[in-house]
Design a binder for this molecule. Structure first.
Ligand SMILES: [Zn+2]
Length: 428
């Protein structure tokens, strides 16, 4: 049986603003950042009022309250009037969504945006206020025609258009609502996936994807570029001096390269797995707990801090969380099933006789069962255990594991909303 659901798809195209548009956009961005911070501060202030309790009083600041105040503020401040009101209303709505997600524990607390770390506030507008002229041109309020490279044909109904900047490049993101028909039966053999550091993914069928370690490859260059920044004088004014800004830009571009290469690999991998397998089983890894610092406190400093921080860098460098996030929404697209299991002992258990023993791993890469002598690449053996667990073939049944077969629907629904977050792909 197939069911039709509405989904959001994000399209992201490179944009080529001319000089005057670029200047205006940069101006708007500063104003949007200030507005975001003001709106955020107001919400925080409301929360910290004495006697105010989120559980008891139902009424909290809504986007509409802030919209109303915005109209008043625009009368007063000229810099606010410089930005079209639709962009500002969109921003306050996004801020409200961010807070709602925080209250529902779907994400962390919204933060102030800082200019120095290159964080930009949303610069978006409802699609009905824009006009998509053709594949390579879109008209935006008070900006006029903006040239873009529309390399994909849009599907569905556009709902929101936003502009983002990655160092010196601009992008137009268009979110479209599509009627999605999920296929009746997931096809393709079930597969277990083991996420690792040496190998990004090992699957239960025996293939390994070696970690390209993009960050390590660029580390020396980044360090060199950062030393140049440190040597430059920052300049007196609010904005950094030209040469300082140039040096900063070089660092940012290197980080952007790392980020893009990583995302490219992750997207290709998750696309492949979600499309060609009916059931995917992964481990429920607690990435933030695994990559917590070993530093300890001042009174009781931790041991092997440097080594742990190196491992943390590797763990975070792979992007396990991102892998899971992408698999979740892509599985929903392609009608395959994602099962999440408990990671306990998956690396020490024998896939053939199910004996759990730490000695089963003579080396990082090798698995050799002390009981039955079964030999395999360690990550592949782990993936086989994960698959078996997901299908309920071993002792640990899917019910005891986090989010078993019966429970798959839950994380999917949360993830649907994140699809629209595609457009704000993180830049380090
Ligand atoms: Zn064995």
């Amino acid at each position: 049986m197939s069911e039709v659901t509405t989904r959001c798809i994000g399209y992201r195209f490179r944009a080529y603003p001319d000089d005057s548009q670029r200047k205006r956009l940069e101006h708007w961005q500063s104003a949007q950042r200030a507005l975001w911070n003001a709106g955020h501060a107001q919400r925080q202030e409301r929360l910290s009022r004495p006697g105010w309790d989120i559980k008891r009083s139902k009424r909290y600041l809504s986007a509409y309250d802030q919209h109303a105040e915005l109209t008043e503020c625009r009368r007063e401040y000229e810099w606010l009037r410089a930005v079209p009101q639709m962009f500002q209303q969109d921003l306050l709505t996004q801020l409200s969504i961010a807070w709602q997600r925080f209250f529902k524990k779907n994400s962390g607390k919204p933060r102030f945006k800082r200019r120095s770390t290159g964080e930009d506030a949303p610069l978006g507008v409802a699609a009905k206020d824009c006009r998509i002229i053709n594949r390579n041109c879109i008209s935006l309020p008070k900006l006029g025609k903006l040239v873009m490279r529309g390399h994909r044909r849009l599907r569905g109904k556009p709902v929101r258009v936003s502009l983002t900047r990655e160092v010196d490049q601009w992008f137009v993101s268009i979110t479209c609502e599509v009627q999605h028909e999920s296929s009746a039966e997931p096809s393709g053999v079930p597969v277990g996936l083991d996420f690792g550091v040496a190998n990004v993914i090992a699957d239960s069928l025996g293939s390994l994807v070696i970690n390209p370690r993009e960050y390590d490859r660029q580390r020396r260059r980044i360090a060199r570029a950062q030393r140049v920044v440190a040597r430059r004088k920052r300049g007196r004014g609010q904005r950094p001096s030209k040469n300082y800004a140039k040096a900063q830009k070089r660092v940012a571009k290197l980080h952007r390269t790392v980020c893009r290469r990583r995302m490219d690999l992750l997207h290709k991998l998750t696309h492949h797995y979600a499309k060609s397998h009916g059931v995917l089983v992964i481990e429920d890894l607690k990435v933030s707990a695994m990559s917590s610092s070993a530093r300890g406190t001042k009174e009781s400093p931790g041991r092997r801090v440097r080594a742990k921080s190196g491992l943390n860098r590797s763990i975070l460098g792979v992007g396990w969380y991102e892998l899971r996030r992408q698999l979740t929404y892509k599985c929903a697209w392609y009608g395959s099933q994602l099962v999440v299991v408990d990671p306990k002992y998956t690396s020490q258990q024998c896939p053939r006789c199910h004996r759990v023993c730490a000695d089963n791993r003579p080396s990082q890469a090798q698995f050799l069962c002390v009981d039955c002598g079964y030999e395999r690449h360690a990550d592949v053996a782990g993936a086989m255990n994960i698959l078996a667990r997901g299908l309920g073939l071993t002792g640990a049944s899917p019910e005891t594991a986090c989010g078993g077969l019966a429970d798959v629907g839950r994380p999917l629904r949360q993830e649907e909303m994140r699809v629209s977050a595609l457009e704000s792909s993180p830049v380090l």
